[in-house]
Write a protein that binds this ligand. Sequence first.
Ligand SMILES: [Zn+2]
Length: 256
Amino acid sequence: MVRVTTTDRRALLRAGAGIVASGALTTGCATAVAPSSRTSPPAARQTPAPAPAPLLRYPAQILHGPRDRPRVALTFHGNGDPATAHALLTAAEEHGSRLTVLAVGTWLDAHPALARRILDGGHELGNHTLRHLDINTMPEADADAEIRGCAERLKALTGSIGTWFRPSRAARASPLVERLARRAGYPHVLSYDVDPLDFTSPGAPAVVRDVMTEVRAGSIVSLHFGYADTVAALPGLLHELDRRGLRAVTTTELLS
Ligand SMILES: [Zn+2]
């Protein structure tokens, strides 16, 4: 197997805006869950939230929060083995931390109870498209269906479409996707400024090291459910953030 260095992976990530196509890599953020038959959603227990107002002091695509407060947001691609989701949510809760989960719609179809599990733990839940396709390259109608399809599932399961949208297979949204997201009820696209490429399974120590090298107050960190290295890394990562005086909060809290 070809070893791909961190530098190579970062170059690939920049070139592909989040798509890593090399056969030597696990294309975690590019993995789609096969659509499954829908099960009846549980009764919504969340109080429907009002439509989110634009955070006027932030740009349409948010890469980080305020740099003058010692807080960060750990944001997760919500897809893959639900056991990893449970493990990461529980580890965060045991540490008194909160996560932001950008859920793939088909993942919610396959595991509808996870929506409530995430919110009941005090975490935040948002939209990561219906099928996790390369949304920036899709025709308008298809991209719109991807955003709205996930929003419908979030609404059915929780009573709210959530505050945050993150494009699939891309760190940033194209101008079209940004506009479609706004029209669907997401005033901001949630991007990030710290990316340890945990979906390439670099080993838990590398995930912790890469985050701690780049993170600072206000950072938004991109991480993934579905990967053993991320599960193994989270307790150590939270410990290191503590040592740095940084608290992991929801994205809404980070930006409030
Ligand atoms: Zn993703």
